[in-house]
Design a protein around this ligand. Structure first.
Ligand SMILES: *[C@@H]1O[C@H](CO)[C@@H](O)[C@H](O)[C@H]1NC(C)=O
Ligand SMILES: *[C@@H]1O[C@H](CO)[C@@H](O)[C@H](O)[C@H]1NC(C)=O
Ligand SMILES: *[C@@H]1O[C@H](CO)[C@@H](O)[C@H](O)[C@H]1NC(C)=O
Ligand SMILES: *[C@@H]1O[C@H](CO)[C@@H](O)[C@H](O)[C@H]1NC(C)=O
Ligand SMILES: *[C@@H]1O[C@H](CO)[C@@H](O)[C@H](O)[C@H]1NC(C)=O
Ligand SMILES: *[C@@H]1O[C@H](CO)[C@@H](O)[C@H](O)[C@H]1NC(C)=O
Ligand SMILES: *[C@@H]1O[C@H](CO)[C@@H](O)[C@H](O)[C@H]1NC(C)=O
Ligand SMILES: CC(=O)N[C@H]1CO[C@H](CO)[C@@H](O)[C@@H]1O
Length: 351
């Protein structure tokens, strides 16, 4: 305390430090064992607590905060009991933790359908926790649960959007720490659905009195919009065809693969001409340039000889109304215009 007396206020700052430093030398030397115990406590207790509780908690938190974006799903080589599924996805994190995430098997299920039954098991590759990374997976997918897959396809077909959860257990290794920790990967993604294929347009090309060599009396070009991010190979698809509540024939689309965007395909059908002519003669259709509201509903889906009930049953779950300008097609192909009240005696000559 001698310094203080000699130089006064200006040196007051130093004063408070010097005795402490000096004091430590003595104190520290004397109580070295206390410091050793403190260090041991830090090493033995605090570090493991941070490593065992803190780091995994942070790792889990960072994983929970990460965002999963499904960029595209493609389903090809569809068979009765398996398919090939490709998923392009992006994982976004804040990039603050450098970590390696082990490869893991993730199950996928509909978030809003109980119970949560997986419709697919996807093998996600090892990733890092980088800010932005693309994770693209292509894999053979055995169909373990046809019912769950059918429900997923039905929702995909019907809904405007649907929520899908990806769930898996994996390990994360944070840079600088040798051990790895178990974490849970659970992300719910909202994806666009197919909205009943709303907006499907059928443009008739030909209507025949007699069936052609395939047994069809109607050919058209169909444009099917796919509002979703999912592309799938269906194969040969047939539909029930209804008109004013009655089944009037079968519609065929061959080699069908639905991709995001507009899908343009030749369509053929075998239709009861008599039922069509009768409807064309009725109001309001006869006053509406011969546009008839047909309804189609999935009947069969066969790809390379294999029935695909998980698509067929989904397509069969709903009727899709398609307005077809068939009156104009009959006029163009047969030179017949059906007036209100019908064709009368001319009908018998033609149909
Ligand atoms: C995934 O990305 C690749 C490369 O850009 C592309 O060729 C492929 O069609 C994409 N697949 C899906 C399912 O979006
Ligand atoms: C993954 O697919 C996307 C397209 O969806 C593509 O841009 C990207 O390059 C692909 N990434 C890898 C690692 O193949
Ligand atoms: C999705 O579509 C299915 C089948 O039509 C329906 O039962 C379900 O309620 C829909 N879910 C949502 C979340 O819209
Ligand atoms: C589809 O429409 C037809 C004819 O109107 C009807 O008999 C059938 O029950 C409907 N099916 C569904 C799934 O709505
Ligand atoms: C469907 O695909 C098969 C085999 O690739 C081919 O032989 C056939 O001509 C195709 N049919 C149509 C209508 O495109
Ligand atoms: C669809 O049916 C046609 C004629 O029966 C056949 O040649 C073709 O291979 C089938 N396509 C598929 C994808 O099964
Ligand atoms: C029927 O077709 C003829 C010849 O193409 C055309 O002149 C006429 O306007 C058409 N009638 C109707 C009602 O579409
Ligand atoms: C016709 C239509 O709406 N097509 C949509 C299909 O889905 C893609 C997204 O994958 C949309 O960009 C298209 O507009």
């Amino acid at each position: 305390m001698a310094d203080v007396d000699k130089s006064g206020v200006a040196q007051m700052e130093n004063v408070s430090e010097k005795p402490r430093r000096r004091g430590c030398l003595g104190h520290c030397a004397k109580f070295w064992w206390a410091y050793l115990i403190a260090v041991i406590i830090i090493v033995v207790v605090v570090v493991p607590v941070v490593l065992l509780v803190g780091v995994p908690k942070i790792a889990q938190q960072k994983l929970d905060d990460a965002e999963l974006i499904l960029d595209g799903i493609t389903v090809t080589n569809t068979q009765g009991s398996s398919m090939t599924m490709a998923i392009n996805s992006t994982i976004k994190t804040d990039g603050s933790v450098h970590a390696d995430i082990d490869a893991f098997q993730g199950i996928m299920y509909l978030e809003d359908h109980q119970p949560h039954t997986p419709f697919a098991k996807i093998n996600f590759p090892a990733t890092t926790a980088d800010k932005l990374q693309t994770v693209n997976v292509t894999q053979f997918l055995p169909i373990d649960n046809v019912e769950a897959l059918t429900t997923f396809n039905t929702w995909l077909l019907s809904n405007e959007t649907l929520r899908v959860t990806v769930f898996g257990e994996t390990n994360v290794k944070v840079k600088g720490i040798s051990r790895s920790y178990g974490v849970t990967f659970k992300k719910t993604v909202t994806m666009p659905g197919l909205r009943h294929l709303d907006g499907t347009v059928v443009k008739p090309d030909w209507v025949g009195l007699q069936p052609d060599d395939k047994g069809n009396n109607f050919r058209a070009t169909v444009t099917i919009p796919n509002h979703s991010l999912v592309a799938f190979e269906l194969g040969n698809v047939t539909f029930h065809n209804y008109l004013l509540g009655k089944e009037v024939g079968t519609v065929y689309i061959d080699n069908l693969t639905l991709r995001p965007g507009d899908n343009v395909y030749p369509m053929r059908a075998t239709i009861d001409n008599g039922a069509v002519i009768e409807a064309l003669g009725q109001k309001p259709y006869c006053e509406n340039k011969g546009v008839l509201p047909f309804q189609i509903r999935g009947k069969t889906v066969v790809n390379n000889g294999q029935a695909l009930p998980y698509f067929a049953d989904a397509l069969a779950s709903n009727n899709q109304t398609v307005d077809i300008p068939i009156g104009a097609a009959i006029n163009a192909s047969l030179g017949v215009v059906v007036p209100c009240g019908g064709l009368g005696h001319k009908r018998a000559l033609l149909f």
